[in-house]
Design a protein around this ligand. Sequence first.
Ligand SMILES: *Cc1c(COP(=O)(O)O)cnc(C)c1O
Length: 371
Amino acid sequence: MKIETIAIHAGNHVDESSKAVIQPIVLSTTFERAADGTYPGGHIYSRSSNPNRTLLENVLAKLEGGADAASFSSGNAAGMAVFQSLTPGTHIIAPDDMYHGLRNQLKTLFAGILTFDFIDVNNPETLQSHIRPETGLIWIETPSNPLLKITDIRKVVAIAKAKGIKVACDNTFATPICQQPLALGADLVMHSATKYFGGHSDLMGGALVTKENSDWWSKIRQVQGMGGAIPSPMDCYMLTRSIKTLPYRMRGHVHNAQLLAEFLEKHPKVEAVMYPGLPSHPQHAIAKEQMSAFGGMLSFTLKGGEAEARSVINGLKIFTRATSLGGVESLIEHRATVEGPDTKTPFNLLRVSVGLEHIDDLIADLEQALA
Ligand SMILES: *Cc1c(COP(=O)(O)O)cnc(C)c1O
């Protein structure tokens, strides 16, 4: 089946008892046993599994082409489950441009438990030289947040496989509509479902999808069930509902982002635009190889500094000044401020989550704010 069909059907089925076309929200925390002590409904207790979560995990696994998926209460909880599943002492290689929340999680919560290097994973020599006997995981994020750097997934996988190292990919920016890391050889995909999967800036969620069932995956499932950082039945329902329109929403985000990037690139007050769909992007060729579309996120720098950047965001009327991404409304933010004192993000950089408003209105708004 094609991805549009999977998105609509793999997270829903007609309810057997009521014949409701849309899966009911099952709020019950506990499920009745049969006289012989078994659980004929397939569920025991909602921390372990719940009908809405089972459907959500089914559609997530199918969208990424994986064997199984586990959903979490946030993207960070999903990332944390990966790190918690590793044996203490494991060394992780992670990118130098990475979602700051997960980088900070490693540096604070996992200091003394795991070891890590934040490096340019795209440079094969750099990557090779950081591999140690205890390296167990290479974490990648492509396109990256906030510089929209592209990591060549196949290349990293080839280096990792030769040494028996696992590869996990944060696919939040691309979504499975634009990129499928498991098909390119990655072992695990991570998502902040808060972003494009939710798509309406009104729920938090996270997901992991595995290429195959393995001991490592069983450990991750244990972290999910015993740790209990699970999404509520209501959030699972909201997610499966939103995912039905994900393929069509992504088309709109991609269309608008490409046109906005092209407009910004030609503007005399703009220094540089970072969008993998622009031929000027240094890794445009890799992006074209491994992505079917370039996503809805872009960053740009202004000629000048922080003051020039702030004056642009403060002059906008349609774009909202806020962090996060993936919703139908366009958001813009001064990323360095959000990331805090140890940020390497340039102070003249603005990150844009391009929404689904009409592109003419978005361009007109930026045109007047830049004037
Ligand atoms: C938002 C985000 C996360 C964290 O997800 P939460 O749902 O906020 O916990 C991880 N990675 C990327 C790329 C993100 O944008």
